[in-house]
Design a protein around this ligand. Structure first.
Ligand code: 4GY
Length: 221
């Protein structure tokens, strides 16, 4: 899986050098290429935004600069995604679907947004990570990259994906590790039994209980 990210703030993506995603990049299991939109400004002050036509607060990213940045990317078979609260809400099903793509280009807006003409020209799909407004599309882009990358071979164990929350429309069963007694509370006895059939059964029951209690809305959806 390859991601190209169009952003005014590539430094924000340091996060993706760490932990599981950082390791996946080192191993070339995924590729994340950051494109600084500012590099494509032809202005002598490297200006990338301007005041909105019609008036109003803030600044709008210029379409010509964004388009030049977009054209610099090699985009055979790529899907272009714009992170925006106006987009379709991201969920695990959508993540799984996106993971089938070989190349995703993510456009990150900032300030009051991007001139609509370049959005209409280059964007295939608008995606939101939730109903709240952020200062830019960078954090949502990282959320998307993280969630989708987990489906690339070798990034995490396939079993981890099969047992986790939202797999089979269920939340995950609770996890325990050492010590066996923490602040007077013992680990559930069955997990120490070594009886795998009983353990599987217990975990399934717990998952069902938790889902009914916390997220009845996702059961059988
Ligand atoms: N929520 N889900 C979101 C967001 C910030 C101005 C357009 C969100 O995806 N993106 O809040 N984005 C705005 C900032 C330009 C995007």
């Amino acid at each position: 899986m390859k991601f190209d990210v169009l952003t005014l703030f590539p430094e924000m993506f340091e996060q993706l050098n760490m932990s599981i995603i950082g390791r996946a990049r080192e191993k070339k299991l995924i590729e994340v290429n950051l494109v600084n939109i500012r590099d494509f400004s032809k202005d002598k002050h490297k200006k990338v935004d301007d005041t909105p036509y019609g008036g109003g607060a803030g600044m709008v990213m210029r379409p010509d600069v964004v388009y030049e940045a977009y054209k610099s990317i090699n985009k055979e078979n790529a899907k272009v995604i714009y992170m925006s609260p106006q987009g379709k809400k991201l969920n695990q099903k959508k993540v799984e679907e996106l993971a089938k793509q070989e190349h995703i280009i993510i456009l990150c807006g900032h300030y009051e947004g991007i001139d609509q003409r370049v959005i209409d020209k280059i964007v295939d799909e608008e995606i939101s990570i939730g109903d709240y407004v952020l200062t830019g599309g960078e954090l949502p882009a990282m959320v998307l990259i993280d969630a989708v990358s987990r489906y690339s071979d070798g990034v995490i164990a396939k079993e981890s994906r099969e047992e986790e929350s939202f797999a089979n429309n269920m939340l995950e069963y609770p996890q325990y590790t050492r010590p066996e007694i923490f602040e007077g509370v013992k680990v559930p006895e069955v997990l120490l039994s070594g009886h795998h059939k009983n353990i599987d059964k217990w975990r399934e029951e717990e998952a069902l209980k938790i889902t009914k209690r916390k997220r009845p809305d996702i059961l059988n959806t």
